[in-house]
Design a protein around this ligand. Structure first.
Ligand SMILES: CC(C)(COP(=O)(O)OP(=O)(O)OC[C@H]1O[C@@H](n2cnc3c(N)ncnc32)[C@H](O)[C@@H]1OP(=O)(O)O)[C@@H](O)C(=O)NCCC(=O)NCCS
Length: 210
């Protein structure tokens, strides 16, 4: 599959700051920006920035960022699923994963997370993809708020649904390990019935072994 990426940009005002939401951005563009120290939900910020630079250069990789001036304060990543996970079975060229979304603590709850994911979908090429997101509660930042895992789950579902994601059932043990964990997917408009059937097979892998 020849992955095409078309750049989009939007402005959002938060506490009198003009926040630029843009992408997909290349690693060359990313290197001209700084990366906020508060972006530490998944890895040390320096390591996470390195990972993002790598993803930006993958054929299928997409990085959408939020920046305050030249300073990155949020991002969302898209890439093929990890080869150790069932979602990479068959290496379906049209199945990509929203890997991580993060907004620096001081900029949260201002609509940036939602805008990042929505802007991704303005590129009509994403209609050729099934985009999955595996929501595991152990990735969530439960320490910086008083939300329960179920309240956080609702926020994540609402956030993803605003960009066309829906909840899908699966027998994946990581998802079924906890009721707050959730599989969501956004089915592109150009996805055909046979492609959906391949996705169904992966969702319910080894079903007849139980
Ligand atoms: C999840 C995350 C990306 C959301 O980003 P954000 O910019 O704060 O989200 P938004 O401001 O766009 O909010 C989206 C919706 O969630 C709600 N929301 C966000 N944070 C909330 C909170 N702490 N309490 C209640 N509601 C909240 C917003 O009110 C909004 O609801 P609405 O659509 O009804 O208006 C951000 O909290 C974050 O970076 N968390 C740490 C990393 C993480 O958990 N990532 C998810 C796993 S990959």
């Amino acid at each position: 599959m020849q992955h095409q990426k078309t750049y989009h940009q939007e402005l959002l005002t938060l506490n009198d700051r003009k926040i630029v939401i843009e992408g997909p951005v290349s690693s060359d563009t990313l290197k001209t920006y700084s990366f906020d120290d508060g972006l530490d939900a998944f890895r040390r910020p320096k390591d996470q920035f390195e990972a993002i630079l790598e993803i930006a250069d993958l054929d299928e990789g997409r990085i959408i960022i939020a920046r305050d001036g030249e300073h990155i304060i949020g991002y969302v990543t898209y890439h093929y699923p990890d080869e150790l996970e069932r979602w990479s079975d068959g290496n379906l060229p049209y199945l990509i994963e929203l890997g991580a979304v993060e907004i620096s603590l001081g900029y949260r709850s201002g609509g940036i997370g939602k805008k990042l994911i929505q802007l991704t979908m303005e590129d009509s090429f994403v209609e050729n993809y099934i985009i999955i997101t595996t929501e595991y509660y152990w990735h969530w930042d439960l320490k910086n708020n008083s939300l329960s895992v179920y309240e956080y789950k609702d926020i994540m579902i609402n956030l993803m649904a605003s960009a066309g994601f829906e909840v899908f059932q699966t027998n994946d043990p990581e998802i079924t390990a906890h009721p707050a964990n959730t599989l969501m997917a956004r089915i592109g408009n150009n996805i055909k019935r046979e492609q959906m059937m391949e996705f169904d097979k992966i969702r319910f892998k080894d079903r007849f072994f139980f």
